[in-house]
Design a protein around this ligand. Structure first.
Ligand code: KIV
Ligand code: ZN
Length: 388
């Protein structure tokens, strides 16, 4: 088994179907362009039976990005699969992604079907999908709460029917890494190289990325994920975190993707401008504070050598630069550097006065702006070389 992991991006489908994230066709096309720059392997464009807009989005993405593998979602029934098939008519590399729930909880309360009926629906949907496209993915919704023998039976049946990818979602974000790895390992063992095993994790317990990585270690070779981790409820596994975990820790995680990491931050920023919220400031990789330092000890270490407090070069993910935030925790080293950046030269005594006065101000505020710092520097008589 090779170490290349395929990135299946579902920002435009699972991400888009969550509150505050809906996108027009034009917005999906704009985001699609960025995802193509980013180098995702598969782009899931929508759920064509759900709305005219989703149907049009899949069609437009198929036309606009002929080199890209475009996926359309369908429940395991005739109407959904036919609609997905039609939405993909113009795609050069179409994939129908059909799903049905397999856990007893979903069978009993939601579908009101027996296990045999669900296998029959799944097989029929895969067979029908294969009449439209060569590339069919099957998802066993709520796989992590499904009886394992039954999950294996379903997986074998859909592969025999023609599915080339079997996705085992942790639909409700319930699993933990070791358990998920065991489930994935069992199905990888059962279907061997007849199909790729894929993972799709939700973040209800904050474990989506950890679970996805554990699954890859157990043999999965496709990860379904989204930019900024958007998605149903607490979201999906964040694409940027998975990719950078592989890039940063190849000693422990010897896996590669086709992602061009320098597009991660621009992609995150574009998504934020399209939907109604951005990542939280302390979000890994793309959050506003991901490469910001305020504590004096950290700033001093960073200025001596960035590797003391940064494990990723911000430029490698498209973040323009590290931010040294000046606040009450900042030290002399960072203050001196900021004064110089603003065009002021300080002797040692002036630096001491600057430090004392700055700390007094910063103690009362959340942060101090550059114009306030410049005013303070002028007050203490710092020599302004270029500043006015
Ligand atoms: O979370 C889930 O189970 C899904 C499937 C439709 C793949 O989004
Ligand atoms: Zn999902």
């Amino acid at each position: 088994m090779g170490n290349r992991v395929y990135i299946f991006d579902t920002t435009l489908r699972d991400g888009e179907q969550s509150p505050g994230c809906s996108m027009t066709v034009a917005e999906k096309l704009r985001m699609g362009r960025k995802l193509a720059d980013l180098g995702v392997d598969i782009m899931e464009g929508g759920f064509p039976i759900a709305s005219e807009g989703d149907f049009e989005a899949v069609r437009a993405l198929s036309q606009e990005f002929p080199a890209m593998r475009i996926a359309a979602l369908a429940r395991s029934n005739k109407m959904d699969v036919e609609r997905a098939g039609r939405s993909l008519e113009l795609a050069k590399h179409p994939r129908i992604h059909t799903f049905i729930a397999t856990s007893d909880i979903h069978l009993q309360y939601k579908l009101k079907k027996t296990r045999d009926q669900v296998i029959e629906d799944a097989v029929r949907a895969v067979e029908l999908a294969r009449t439209y496209v060569d590339d069919v993915e099957f998802s066993a919704e709520d796989a992590t709460r499904t009886d394992l023998d039954y999950l294996e039976q379903v997986s074998r049946a859909v592969v025999a029917a023609g599915a080339s990818t079997v996705n085992l979602p942790d639909t409700v974000g319930f699993s933990v890494p070791q358990e998920y790895a065991e489930i994935i390992g069992r199905i990888v063992g059962a279907i061997g190289d007849k199909a790729i095993v894929s993972v799709h994790c939700h973040d209800d317990l904050g474990l989506a990325v950890a679970n996805s990585i554990a699954a890859v270690q157990a043999g999965a070779r496709q990860i379904e994920c989204t930019m900024n981790g958007i998605g149903e409820r607490a979201g999906n596994a964040a694409l940027e975190e998975i990719v950078m975990a592989f890039k940063t820790r190849p000693d422990r995680l010897p896996f590669t993707t086709g992602i061009n990491a320098e597009h991660l931050y621009p992609a995150s920023q574009l998504l934020t401008s399209i939907i109604s919220f951005g990542p939280q400031p302390n979000k890994a990789i793309v959050g506003e504070n991901a490469f910001a330092h305020e504590a004096g000890i950290h700033q001093d270490g960073y200025l001596k050598n960035p590797s003391t407090y940064e494990i990723i070069n911000p430029r490698s993910v498209g973040v323009p630069e590290t931010r040294l935030v000046l606040g009450k925790h900042s030290g002399r080293h960072a203050l001196k550097q900021r004064a110089e950046a603003l065009g002021f030269t300080l002797d040692k005594d002036q630096l001491d006065v600057f430090y004392t006065r700055f700390t007094e101000i910063a103690d009362r505020k959340k942060g101090v702006r550059n114009d306030e710092i410049a005013t303070l520097l002028r007050e203490i008589g710092a020599l302004a070389a270029t500043a006015s």
